[in-house]
Every structure is written in C-alpha cells, then in structure tokens.
Design a protein around this ligand. Structure first.
Ligand code: GDP
Length: 303
C-alpha cells in the first residue's frame, strides 16, 4: 500500500466528518455568510483551533461563487492552506543513512502510546544496532510489553530492577550503549499524570544524566500524544515541552478519532517537528508525518 493510501484509509474518521459536512454545506454552490458560518462550526468541531479556523476561512472567502464546483474548490483551498501550516513541521526522526548515533528519549502520559510506538519504530529500523531501555520501573507490565516488542523486532533490551530510580537505569543503559557501540538507544519512560511535577522533575533528571555521559551523541526528546484527546493535547505540549525541551512530537491513534484537526492546531502553535503519526496498532501502522498526505487525506481528496 502506498504511504498516501495508508493515510487515506486510516484517517477516515476525520475525513468522513470533514468532507461530508463540507460537501453538504456548499451543495448550493454559494460562498456566503451562512455557508461560511457552517464551515466555521465544522472546522471547530474537528478540533481545529480558532486562529487556524480564521486563517482557513479567510482563504475560503476568496473563492468566487461563480466557480462551477464550489464544494470541491473549498476542499482544495482548505487542503492547500493546511499543507502550508503543516509543511514546516515535517522532519524525519531516523534516516537509513544516519551517520551519527542517536539517543531517543520517549516521554508522554500513560496510555498515549509510547510503548507501542517504540515497538513500531524498533520493528521498522533496519541495519542499525539498537538498544531498547525500559526506564518506566514502576509498571512491570510496561517492561514486559517493551521486552516483547524488542524480542519481536530482534533488538537488544535493557531493564533495571523494579522501582529502581529511572535515571539510574537510564545511566546504565547509556553506559552499555557507549561501551558496545550501539547506533540507537531508545528509552521508554514513566508517564503518570502530566501535571505531576515530580514526574517532570524525574524526566529532567533522567535526561541530564544521559546528556552528561554522552556529549557527542544526538539526543532527541520525543513527546508522544494521544490523538484521540484532540485539542487537550495542547496542554501536554505546554507541560512537557517547557521543561524538557521536546525536539519532536508523535501523534498516535489518529485512526480512532474524528478530531484529527487538532494536529493542525499544534503545528500552528508550536515550532516542534512532527516526526511520526500513529495510524493503528500494527507494527507498520506508524508513518512518517507528511504534510501533503495528511492535508489531502483529511479532506478526502486524491493526491
Ligand atoms: P503507553 O502507556 O504510553 O506506553 O501506551 P501504550 O503503548 O501501552 O498504548 C496504549 C494503547 O493504545 C494500547 O492499547 C495500544 O495498542 C494503543 N495504541 C497505540 N498507538 C495506537 C495507534 O496509533 N492507533 C490505535 N488504534 N491504537 C494505538
């Protein structure tokens, strides 16, 4: 399946909502006060923030009512405008020809999809010596789940003792990474309550430890967000982003929500790249984020 088909198939909840409502609103081929108001409320219902909605409405206002197929023109206009917002956020996290080794620290609240996403990434990596470290020492189930993904994907796994200080597990894992010349170190962390300052402090400490003993490796801090939370994701970017200098976002579960528009709000608000999106539970249901694919898919347009 092409990457675009994957986006198109798995973003159907958002695209069905947006395209069917927009086609219906503009079925009389008119751009006027009434249809623009309808469009506004459709976009807001898809969890697109007001500042983005305003931008989109401004571009649709310029569509001439004399145009033959207004509804289609509106969809095309929206897709172009959304692509312009999303394009600067495209960034590949891992490249096959990465010359430098990388340490990836995954953060995010419990249930956001961290472990599954790490598993998917691990199974997509090829020709790189990779170590996966379980630093969520509070949840035995999370450690087992991660171990399982590591084994399935044929990658090495490191875990500490139950309830051991996560930073000390990360320290040991980073030492192993240094000594044994790994290409990638993937660190899973605990994710209880995002407003729990202890959690954030603990993650800051973990990152400091890793950075201290590894000065020449690229360290990425990746925030995993549950896409079904819609615009509530913004709160989490604020909490995690401020203290942890998040360098990349991954938005999961976009297959399970009609609120995919929230991704656009995030791209508009933060200059943080979006590296992957989660489109299902299977290992290959994690795609590099692609602005054009996303913007055209959610409006049910072809590429
Ligand atoms: P963690 O607590 O952050 O490590 O979250 P998990 O990785 O355990 O994921 C929580 C749940 O979300 C699991 O049931 C996953 O299978 C599910 N999940 C993760 N990513 C996706 C996705 O992209 N789509 C769907 N539909 N489910 C997902």
């Amino acid at each position: 399946m092409s990457l675009f088909s994957k986006f198109k198939n798995n973003l159907q909840k958002t695209s069905n909502f947006l395209s069917s409502n927009i086609l219906n609103s503009f079925k009389n081929n008119k751009v006027d006060k009434e249809t623009l108001e309808e469009l506004e409320s459709i976009l807001i219902s898809a969890d697109i923030s007001l500042d983005v909605v305003e931008k989109l409405l401004n571009s649709v206002r310029k569509v001439k009512s004399s145009n033959q197929d207004i509804a289609q023109t509106v969809l095309e206009t929206l897709a172009k405008e959304i692509e312009i917002i999303l394009k600067p956020r495209e960034k590949k996290l891992l490249q096959e020809n990465d010359l430098k080794s990388k340490i990836l620290i995954f953060v995010g609240v419990n249930g956001s999809g961290k472990t599954t996403t790490i598993g998917k990434i691990a199974s997509q990596i090829s020709n790189k010596k990779t170590l996966i470290a379980a630093c969520d020492t509070f949840r035995a189930a999370a450690i087992d789940q991660l171990k399982n993904w590591a084994e399935k994907s044929g990658n090495d796994f490191y875990k500490g003792d139950p309830n051991q200080d996560p930073a000390s597990v990360a320290f040991k894992a980073t030492e192993k990474f240094n000594k044994e010349n790994y290409d990638y170190l993937i660190i899973d962390t605990a994710g209880r309550l995002s407003n729990n300052t202890n959690l954030i402090n603990q993650l800051v400490k973990l990152k400091k430890v890793v950075t201290k003993i590894n000065t020449d490796t690229v360290i990425e801090t990746i925030l995993v967000l549950d896409g079904t939370n819609g615009s509530n994701m913004i709160k989490q970017v604020d909490i995690f982003g401020k203290e942890l200098d998040v360098s990349s976002l991954i938005i999961t579960k976009l297959d399970g929500t009609a609120k995919g528009g929230a991704l656009i709000s995030i791209a508009n608000k933060y200059e943080i790249p979006i590296s992957f999106i989660g489109l299902g539970e299977k290992p290959d249901d994690l795609s590099d984020f692609a602005a054009k694919n996303f913007s055209r898919s959610i409006l049910n347009l072809e590429i």
